[in-house]
Design a protein around this ligand. Structure first.
Ligand SMILES: [Zn+2]
Length: 352
């Protein structure tokens, strides 16, 4: 996927650092999760930073892992070296805190900072899962996530690590090669929720008054609208409505049927990430002759996920008898005066 034009072995070349970070042996042996270097003897990097844990009272709250077990956020840490920890990772945290305080994303710099931060959390959770047993009573069951799976997150690492130096992006579907949507949330200042779809490489975080959803898909979802589901990016929504939006983004992410080819290059001072073309996975042809980039929408998958994230009944999102999908977002559509409507092709031509 990545062609390293400049083969200078300098340690601070981001592409080299990404290569080391996703190396399964480095992951297995607990090297720094972003550069593959020697970790410090400290606690490492908190996947969810302490400022966030303090703000939202997360010290005793737990994250549910892929195997259904859970881990307290306060010990959700990954190996990290002091240079990365106090260097570019610390810079990302500072930038993101400002955005969260502001409660909205106004500039492309904000967008990039939030995306890098979410990429860090997504990669961090996965790296943590490579160190935890799938079944604690059965050590031969292996780890929750195999170390060589992280290799699929090389692009996510590249987005995260692009913060180390001046980066120029050339993307096909938007300003940046990722999907990101944000919402104002009408709810408590300290509210917190996090959801992910590992195969779809998506993550959504509700923190106080701001909700954000990121997909490491090269921006492919933006083909279906720069402003996300129902074009609602930037709208003020209730917490459960943000949960529904997150479920729509995750579901779409899990149906992705294409990736991108990149030709990126790097000098001592600059990184260039260039998206060249969309490369379909299955090459299924659509009616119009184009290659499919997302598998068909799956209302059941969406309804199950939306129910899990929002805590509402699945029947709020899907009438299983008729197969008709529903939404809690209808009051946000222009001219709408009801809270829940049945899916109408005029309102929801593509779900997206
Ligand atoms: Zn490091």
């Amino acid at each position: 996927m990545l062609e390293v034009r400049d083969s200078d072995p300098h340690n601070h070349y981001i592409m080299k650092s990404v290569e080391r970070a996703v190396d399964s042996e480095n992951i297995r042996t607990g090297r720094c999760f972003v550069c593959g270097g020697a970790p410090t003897t400290g606690v490492g990097e908190h996947v969810l930073p302490k400022w966030l844990q303090r703000k939202c009272g997360l010290f005793n709250k737990r994250l549910t892992l892929l195997n259904g077990s859970s881990i307290p956020y306060r010990i959700l840490t990954v190996p990290c070296c002091v240079e990365c920890n106090t260097g570019f990772l610390s810079k990302i945290e500072t930038e993101v805190q400002e955005v969260f305080q502001r409660g909205c994303i106004e500039t492309s710099e904000h967008r990039l900072s939030v995306a890098r931060w979410l990429a860090k959390i997504l990669v961090g959770i996965l790296v943590k899962e490579t160190a935890l047993l799938l079944d604690r009573k059965n050590p031969v069951s292996g780890k929750i996530v195999p170390a060589d799976f992280i290799d699929q997150f090389a692009h996510c690492q590249l987005m995260l690590q692009s913060s180390r130096k001046q980066t120029r992006f050339r993307a096909l579907h938007s300003t940046f090669p990722f999907t990101l949507y944000w919402y104002r949330i009408d709810g408590s200042d300290n509210a917190f929720d996090l959801s992910t779809d590992i195969l779809g490489q998506s993550i959504a975080v509700h923190m106080g008054k701001l909700g954000v959803a990121f997909v490491n898909d090269g921006g492919l979802q933006m083909i279906h609208g720069q402003k996300g589901p129902y074009e609602l990016e930037g709208a003020t929504v209730l917490p459960h409505q943000f949960g529904e939006l997150a479920a729509r983004v995750h579901t779409k992410a899990s149906l992705r049927d294409a990736t991108h080819f990149y030709l990126s290059s790097e000098t001592q001072t600059h990184l260039t990430i260039e998206q060249q073309y969309v490369r379909p996975f299955t090459n299924s042809a659509l009616e119009n002759g184009e290659s499919q980039v997302f598998r068909p929408w799956d209302s059941m998958l969406f309804a199950m996920r939306a129910a899990r994230i929002t805590g509402l009944e699945k029947s709020v999102f899907l009438d299983t008898a008729t197969g008709i999908e529903m939404t809690t977002l209808a009051n946000l559509f222009p001219g709408a005066d009801i809270n829940i409507v049945t899916k109408d092709e005029a309102i929801s031509p593509t779900h997206f």
